[in-house]
Design a protein around this ligand. Structure first.
Ligand SMILES: CCCCCCCCCCCC/C=C/CC(=O)SCCNC(=O)CCNC(=O)[C@H](O)C(C)(C)COP(=O)(O)OP(=O)(O)OC[C@H]1O[C@@H](n2cnc3c(N)ncnc32)[C@H](O)[C@@H]1OP(=O)(O)O
Length: 292
């Protein structure tokens, strides 16, 4: 166990020379795919960006995707974008969550790069001063739910899609920062009930417990409601808004700033264990069987 911690630290410290952690885009080591995995469309009248995840078939969160997302957020912040609406180009999946292929039979240093990229990109989205809305136009399990929870407002297309932190159903544990995001939305009681059972909520159930803020019947309506939410801030001074958001989200931000390396070590430790690897193998087989 200690060996895993040491080698993970070694990879990071070798690359960055200290305990300070890298930004989301700095880990990019491969040539980027010329086809973007994320499309950005900024409305010239309102200055609001629609950020469309476009990584078929199911928008899994892998290192290239997360790097691109981190870069998009950075660029939108630089351009003083008025709002960010996160949605999917798929008709049925918002995001299937973490890409299991990043963890299955992956060397420890690759897992470390993946998780660090996830941590950094999550923190960028979670704390950005830009008003953020998730227009959830498909299923959003696990990491897909985390993406939505990291936004300030959630509009979900109902009734057929589902959302939730289902990790325990897969035999894995949602890390504390996933849990903090859930607790901020639905409170401690519903969080414990939901996470211990790994419950996936229907859109209506999600609305009832406050996991999403609004239900609509199609993507166009979801985008329209997302624009309306962002328009609420037209007359609010941006700095006051940004600082208030940071104060409200202090627990998650502090967790990640202070515990990033510990969180990484735990992840690599658990994910590379034989039982987790066996679990992933079985889960991947089940997914493949289902899709054939
Ligand atoms: C058992 C896992 C053990 C992991 C141990 C790690 C220990 C570390 C612990 C810390 C990490 C904790 C955090 C985890 C958060 C996560 O996000 S884990 C990922 C959880 N995600 C899911 O459970 C979603 C799985 N997918 C689905 O349920 C469905 O795909 C869908 C409802 C999203 C969409 O269904 P459908 O439209 O019918 O598409 P499919 O045919 O199912 O899928 C198409 C294609 O994509 C592949 N795929 C789907 N999801 C993933 C994924 N998450 N990772 C990688 N690949 C995925 C699927 O196999 C199909 O591939 P083929 O076309 O057959 O090649």
């Amino acid at each position: 166990m200690a060996g895993i911690y040491r080698s993970t630290r070694y990879v990071l410290q070798n690359a960055f020379g200290s305990r300070s952690l890298p930004g989301a885009v700095r880990f990019y080591s491969q040539k980027p795919d010329p086809a973007p995995l994320i499309n950005v469309d900024v409305d010239s009248k309102t200055g609001v960006a629609t950020v469309t995840m476009n990584s078929p078939p199911v928008n899994t969160l892998n290192t290239p995707f997360l790097n691109e997302m981190g870069g998009v957020i950075k660029e939108l912040e630089k351009n003083k974008t008025r709002g960010l609406i996160l949605t999917s180009s798929s008709n049925s999946v918002f995001s299937a969550g973490l890409d299991i292929m990043e963890m299955y039979k992956a060397p420890r240093d690759q897992m470390a790069v993946f998780w660090t990229t996830l941590q950094n990109t999550w923190l960028s989205l979670y704390r950005t001063g830009i008003p953020t809305v998730a227009a959830i136009n498909g299923h959003a399990p696990a990491g897909g739910c985390l993406l939505a929870l990291s936004c300030e407002y959630r509009v979900m297309v109902g009734p057929k899609f589902t959302i939730g932190l289902n990790e325990t159903q897969l035999g894995i544990v949602a890390p504390p920062w996933f849990l903090i995001c859930m607790r901020e939305a639905v409170g401690p009681r519903q969080t414990e009930l939901a996470l211990t059972s790994g419950k996936m909520f229907t859109a209506t159930e999600a609305l009832n417990i406050g996991l999403v803020d609004q239900l609509v019947s199609n993507k166009e309506e979801a985008l329209a409601e997302a624009h309306k939410f962002i328009a609420r801030f037209a007359k609010i001074p941006p700095l006051a808004r940004k600082l208030t958001k940071e104060f409200t989200r202090q627990e998650g931000i502090k967790y990640m700033e202070e515990k990033m390396l510990d969180d990484l070590e735990t992840f690599v430790d658990v994910a590379s264990s034989p039982s987790a690897q066996k679990g992933m193998e079985m889960y991947l087989e089940a997914l493949k069987k289902k899709s054939t």
